[in-house]
Design a protein around this ligand. Sequence first.
Ligand code: NAD
Length: 524
Amino acid sequence: MTNDLQIAARKVASRNPATLEVLREFECAGEAVIREAVSRAQNAQAAWSRLGLRKRIFVLREFQRLLHGRQAQVARLITHEVGKPIAEAVATEILVVLDAVRFLVENSYQCLRDEQLPHGSVAMKAKTGQIVREPYGVIGIISPWNYPFSIPATEGLAALAAGNAVVLKPSEWSSLVALELASLLHQAGVPENVFQVFPGDGATGEALTKAPIDKLIFTGSAATGRRIAQVAGSRLLPVVLELGGKDPMLVLEDANVEVASSGAVWGGFVNAGQACLSVERCYVHRRLYEPFLGACVRKTLQLRVGNGLNPETDVGPLIHERQVRVVDEHVQDALIHGARVLAGGHALPELGPNFFAPTVLADVTHEMRIMREETFGPVLPVMAFEREEEAIQLANDSDYGLGASVWTRDRRRGERVARQIQAGAVMVNDAVSCFGIAEAPHGGMKASGLGRSHGRFGLEEMVRVKYVDSDRLPGLRKVWWYGYGEAFGRQMAAFLDLQFARSVVDRMKGALRSARLLSRKGKL
Ligand code: NAD
């Protein structure tokens, strides 16, 4: 009995992945703590919503001002806790969040305002309808570590703009960055109970999925996403699932090899390959295959791998040793099955246990794990194709469907190919960066998830749509109410002719025969 009561609290440690220095330890929030937090959020949300959009936007602008002023410290903290080069912390985290606020300032009113809904049906012309958007209430957010600031911030800011309260469970690997986000929001004027952060592990996340939140925005792996979907399904909790990817890059025969190879190297190795939109598979037209590989190898060998705090670093560490092992297993599996390593291909223990050399693999096939499973590391596997249709078919031969890119000198051709690729976003002549376009919807199909974040569609996920309908003739009983009979049946058939008969003559006959409906008194 005493032993049961004395079970040590679970802890998560925040570590610098480049040095393994422990930055801080946190006790994982348990079920009771999360439930209380959700209850406080419920109580605080009504006042936040009543504040009105203009005042909420004013608070978000203040957050933007504070973040802009403190960009250097926040970027350092991000690099400290998850390892990415400081330049990436600025460009892919701080900039993305500042611009997300700009989007909300410029567009929230237009997206969230009430909307008149004209009725097309003649029968419903005497009614006037409106679409009203209401906040869900309390939005739970569960986030990953790879974009520890921009993911919870963009989702959280949209939720707040729409009038919701937020309870955030950040990744166990990036609690400090999430707490910094909360601190900035609170200083800007978001009440403490309207945006709360609870560090913890998967069990803390699970507690949030079971707490009485009104919607959940989850970003993470497909495996965890499936588990969450089951819990959500059992209680009919609305969810957005932003899951993993295996993004293909298609280099068509008219592509600029110099540009496409630079794009492949950046798209494959940005954030050490730990981006959901990373280039994870590369298909190159046979005619460009050798020069493309040559250019990729030359550029990869110039990359400087090291501690992200050094401004000269291009590629930082992976988040933990488990991830290094996954990457190594994928590379070894490819080699056993006939792939060739042209650059890298191994860990870099001399830099620390979490470093892996940027790797270019040639002659890969779709039977290899490296082309089927999310690698989430700095590996660029390259395969040749002969025809455009074959490249599209290879791109679509995947469980995932998050992003993709097409490289060609012919923009119209690129856009035509883009339409045939099964993905939530396809870029022509760039990769990954659509995540930084505040207007662009972000999300996937197939195992890459459900729903959207970012932009108008992301904001729509934060509100319930309600339809409000008013009758303009409230003193009249409606013709379709009780009092059925043979005459009513004939009049209704004529009314259908009035609206849908193909010939004008039949429509006119329908109009005459259905006119009696207007004087119909009914029996009840
Ligand atoms: P993960 O699935 O291991 O963890 C994500 C979050 O879920 C963490 O906060 C974790 O603590 C929590 N969690 C774990 N088990 C849980 C459970 N049973 N119930 C509730 N919460 C639980 O993912 P990760 O390693 O943190 O992130 C990497 C993955 O995220 C990759 O697959 C990547 O592609 C994906 N990702 C997707 C997007 C996107 O927008 N589609 C963006 C970034 C990352």
